[in-house]
Design a protein around this ligand. Structure first.
Ligand SMILES: NC(=O)c1ccc[n+]([C@@H]2O[C@H](COP(=O)([O-])OP(=O)(O)OC[C@H]3O[C@@H](n4cnc5c(N)ncnc54)[C@H](OP(=O)(O)O)[C@@H]3O)[C@@H](O)[C@H]2O)c1
Length: 319
């Protein structure tokens, strides 16, 4: 059984597995076109299954349908009578072609869309903007001081930029809580490029996104490659690149999953949040209730050191 952990050096207690609601865009925006049209019932059930299984953490962003994913998340939480203090909400500012000062203009929309739920973690979505990291961190610290957000994070930052963000926030008396990066058993570069080591050294949580490689690590594409036809280009590319190479890995995940009476994708998620101690948490995406149930079910067992190492070894080619 995996217990709740602390987000970076904050006082926020978070389930090691949360749910990413990027696909809850209701067709809005450029990204929205690649997302399925989800009914309220489906989204409500995803929240229901999440809480029933011990998940208390959801990831969204301004970019996910220009607020539609945030609105849908708040609506589904309300439909389930979830109270603000029961849920940890993470959302992100979209920095591209903007200056840091834009945060003070757009934060009120984030707050409004997520109402009555408060923002526990506010992240800079990418390290690409017209402002420096120093200016962005100052702006984020201002939002914390004003009580508009509870903690600060970044996303897609390399080790050097993450350290810089940490240093700038430290001067302002705040911790950098998390860096959200692409990390899965078929994409392990953070283990060798300094991101994971720096996070461990500085006490920053790594939030792994795309942890199932778009579903590839559940084994469903290996069993039925036609599943891929419904996915967008990004996931088709990830799958195409890794489908053949991940056969031995999925076989190992399947073998180990049998001992715990779980599924290969659940072993993949459990590995991700266990292999590096408490440093990594993850946010698999869910567009169906059973997916949230399975994500929560991935916290119900503990892999042994030998199993963690065996999986790492068979996935060595993805380092
Ligand atoms: N910071 C960033 O730049 C960034 C970038 C990407 C993602 N993210 C965040 O990370 C979250 C997750 O990433 P992701 O959606 O790219 O990747 P993912 O979690 O690897 O894949 C999610 C997809 O896998 C399938 N899936 C999930 N659970 C399954 C299960 N139990 N059995 C079978 N298939 C299952 C679903 O596909 P179907 O919908 O086809 O059923 C789902 O949409 C996003 O929601 C978002 O919050 C952040």
């Amino acid at each position: 059984m995996l217990e709740k952990r602390t987000l970076g050096k904050t006082d926020i207690k978070i389930s090691p597995i949360g749910i990413g609601v990027m696909m809850w865009m209701s067709g809005k925006g450029i990204m929205g076109r690649m997302a399925p049209d989800l009914t309220d019932e489906v989204m409500n059930d995803i929240i229901k299954e999440s809480f029933a299984g011990g998940i208390n953490f959801f990831d969204t962003a301004e970019m996910y349908g220009f607020g539609r994913s945030e609105t849908n998340l708040a609506k589904a939480l309300k439909a389930n009578d979830i109270k603000d203090e029961e849920v940890i909400i993470e959302t992100k500012w979209a920095p591209i072609l903007r200056r840091a000062r834009n945060m003070r203009r757009t934060i009120n929309k984030r707050i409004k869309y997520l109402e009555p739920y408060t923002i526990d973690q506010y992240m800079v979505h990418q390290p690409i903007s017209f402002s420096s990291i120093k200016t962005e961190m100052k702006e984020l610290a201002r939002l914390v001081e004003q009580g508009k957000v509870r903690s600060v994070g970044v996303s897609n930052y390399n080790a050097k930029k993450m350290r810089k963000a940490h240093e700038e926030l430290e001067k302002l008396g705040l911790p950098l809580a998390a860096n959200q990066v692409h990390y899965s058993l078929v994409r392990r570069n953070i283990e060798t490029d300094g991101i994971l080591d720096t996070a461990k050294e500085l006490g920053i949580t790594i939030t792994a996104y795309t942890p199932l490689a778009g579903g590839l690590l559940t084994g469903k594409l290996h069993n039925n490659p036609d599943v891929m036809k419904n996915k967008n280009l990004f996931y088709r590319m990830v799958a195409k690149r890794n489908l053949e190479e991940s056969i031995p890995l999925v076989e190992t995940l399947t073998e180990i999953s049998k001992a715990y009476e779980v599924l290969p994708g659940q072993v993949a998620l459990n590995w991700l949040v266990s292999y590096s101690g408490d440093t990594v948490i993850t946010i698999p995406g869910a567009t169906k209730a059973y997916q949230a149930k399975e994500a929560a079910g991935a916290m119900t067992f503990s892999l042994s050191k030998a199993e963690l190492d065996e999986i790492a070894e068979v996935a060595e080619r993805f380092l």
